[in-house]
Design a binder for this molecule. Structure first.
Ligand SMILES: [Zn+2]
Ligand SMILES: [Zn+2]
Length: 442
C-alpha cells in the first residue's frame, strides 16, 4: 500500500522510542500534532481502522438503527479499557478518557448510513440492499476509534477528560439533538467534529470561522382537488395545475423577498401525482427543503412557504395541507464555528500538516446536525481531504459511486486526538477541579 511509504523511517526503526516517551506537555505543544500523526500511521493502527471501516461499510445501518455499529464501538472501547455510557439516543455511545475532571473536551463521529444502493463494485461493497455508507460515516467511526486508541495510550498524560461522542442519525434524524437533549454536553467546554471531503487532497483540511453550513428544514404538502376525465377539465378541480403554480410561486420567495446578500434556498425536490395520460388525479404531493444562514430568514421562509402553498392552492380552488416534520426531521440550526476554536484548529493543523495545507472553505447551503452541539457549546467543524490526485477524482458524498480513500483514516484520528489533547493542555490551568456526576466511574 502506497500509504506506508510516508511513515517516517526513524519511527519504523524504533517505534517504541516515540511511543514510550511522554509528549503531552506544554513545552512540547508544537510537536504534538505531528507525533500523533506518526503514531496514527503505524501499520497495525492503520490496518485496524481500515478493518473497522470496511466492516461498517459492508453492514450499513440507517439512523437510530445503528445497533451493530454501536455494539462494535462498545466492544472496541471495552478492549481498550475505555469506560462509556450507552444507550443514549437509542444507539449513541459516549466514552471517557483521561482524568475524569475538567476541562472536558468532546470529539464526535456520526454512525448512520443512507437509504441508497451502492454502485461501487469492490470487495467490501455493502451487503445490505438499499443501504450504503455514502457519506463516509463508516470512516468517521473508524477515525474516532483510532483517536480513542491514540488518546488511551496517553491517558496518564492527559490534563483533563476527552469525551468520545458516537451519535446516531445525522442524515435527517437529528441524532445530535437527541444526544444533546440527553445532557451529554453538561459541563463540556468545547466539541470538535470532522467530515471527510472528496474535494480536497489527502493531507489538506478545509474550514472557516463563523457560519460554515446552513440551517435547514423540510416540508411536504398535499394539494387536493377533484379528479376526473382529462378531456373534460371543466368537471374537475385540477391539483396538477395548482401544484405547478405553487412550485413557481415558491421559487419567487427567495428571488423577490430575500436580501440577495443573505443566502437562502427553497427547493421543491419531489412532485408526485397522476398515473394515467387521460385522468386528472384527485391530489398531488410536493416536497422539498429550505435553508438559510440566520434564524430570522429561516423563520420567514417557513412562514412564507406555508402561506404560498395554502393560498396559491386556493387560487385554483384546491385545498392544501403542509407538514414540516419538526419531530421526525428537526430543523437543523446553522453550523457556526467558534472563533477561538478556529485559532486553536489553525495552530494544531498548521503544526501537523503545514499552514499551506489549510484551505478556507466558503459557507455552503448543506446542513449538519453537528449544529445542535455547536449552538449549545463552542463547536468546531472541519473537512479532511481524501483525494489522491494520482488516482483521479472521487465522487461526492451521497453518490452511489462514493468511495473513501482509506489513507485519510490516520489524518482524521490524529486531528481528533491532537485537537482534544492540546485543548486540554491549553485550558487545564483555568479550571477548578470538579467532577461531573457521570464521570465518577473513571
Ligand atoms: Zn450525508
Ligand atoms: Zn455526512
Amino acid at each position: 500500500m502506497v500509504f506506508f511509504m510516508y511513515v517516517p523511517f526513524v519511527y519504523m526503526l524504533c517505534p517504541q522510542l516515540s511511543f514510550s516517551e511522554p509528549f503531552l506537555t506544554e513545552q512540547g505543544l508544537p510537536e504534538i500534532p505531528s507525533k500523533f500523526l506518526n503514531l496514527a500511521k503505524r501499520p497495525e493502527l492503520f490496518e485496524w481502522m481500515v478493518s473497522i471501516r470496511r466492516y461498517l461499510h459492508e453492514n450499513p445501518e440507517l439512523g437510530f438503527e445503528e445497533f451493530h455499529t454501536s455494539s462494535l464501538i462498545r466492544s472496541e472501547l471495552d478492549k481498550m479499557g475505555i469506560s462509556y455510557e450507552h444507550p443514549i439516543a437509542v444507539t449513541g455511545v459516549v466514552g471517557y478518557i483521561g482524568t475524569g475532571s475538567p476541562p472536558f473536551v468532546a470529539i464526535r463521529a456520526d454512525m448512520d448510513a443512507l437509504a441508497m444502493q451502492e454502485a461501487v463494485v469492490w470487495e467490501h461493497k455493502s451487503k445490505v440492499a438499499g443501504k450504503m455508507h455514502a457519506c463516509g460515516h463508516d470512516a468517521h467511526v473508524a477515525m474516532l476509534l483510532g483517536a480513542a486508541k491514540l488518546l488511551q495510550e496517553r491517558s496518564s498524560e492527559l490534563q483533563g477528560t476527552v469525551i468520545l461522542v458516537f451519535q446516531p442519525a445525522e442524515e435527517g434524524g437529528g441524532g445530535a439533538k437527541k444526544m444533546r437533549d440527553a445532557g451529554i454536553l453538561e459541563n463540556v467546554d468545547a466539541i470538535f467534529g470532522l467530515h471527510v471531503s472528496a474535494k480536497y487532497p489527502i493531507g489538506v483540511v478545509s474550514t472557516r470561522s463563523g457560519p460554515v453550513l446552513a440551517g435547514c428544514g423540510f416540508f411536504e404538502a398535499t394539494i387536493s382537488g377533484n379528479g376526473g376525465h382529462a378531456a373534460i377539465p371543466q368537471h374537475t378541480i385540477d391539483p396538477i395545475l395548482a401544484g405547478s403554480n405553487i412550485i413557481l410561486s415558491l421559487q419567487q420567495i427567495v428571488s423577490r423577498e430575500a436580501d440577495p446578500l443573505d443566502s437562502q434556498v427553497v427547493t421543491v425536490a419531489k412532485f408526485e401525482g397522476g398515473h394515467a395520460f387521460n385522468v386528472i388525479p384527485d391530489s398531488v404531493t410536493i416536497g422539498g427543503t429550505f435553508r438559510a444562514f440566520s434564524i430570522e430568514s429561516f423563520k420567514y421562509l417557513k412562514q412564507r412557504i406555508e402561506e404560498v402553498v395554502t393560498l396559491q392552492a386556493s387560487v385554483q380552488r384546491c385545498n392544501a395541507t403542509i407538514h414540516f416534520f419538526e419531530n421526525a426531521k428537526p430543523f437543523y440550526p446553522v453550523t457556526v464555528n467558534d472563533q477561538k476554536m478556529h485559532e486553536h484548529f489553525l495552530n494544531v493543523a498548521g503544526h501537523m500538516l503545514g499552514i499551506e495545507s489549510i484551505r478556507e472553505v466558503p459557507p455552503v447551503m448543506g446542513c449538519e446536525d453537528f449544529s445542535f452541539f455547536a449552538e449549545t457549546i463552542p463547536g468546531y467543524f472541519y473537512y479532511v481531504g481524501m483525494v489522491n490526485e494520482t488516482q483521479g477524482p472521487l465522487e461526492f458524498s451521497h453518490s452511489p459511486q462514493f468511495k473513501v480513500n482509506e489513507d485519510v483514516l490516520p489524518y482524521g484520528a490524529a486531528l481528533h486526538a491532537s485537537l482534544a489533547a492540546t485543548y486540554l493542555l491549553r485550558h487545564h490551568s483555568q479550571k477548578v477541579p470538579q467532577k461531573r456526576s457521570f464521570h465518577d466511574e473513571l
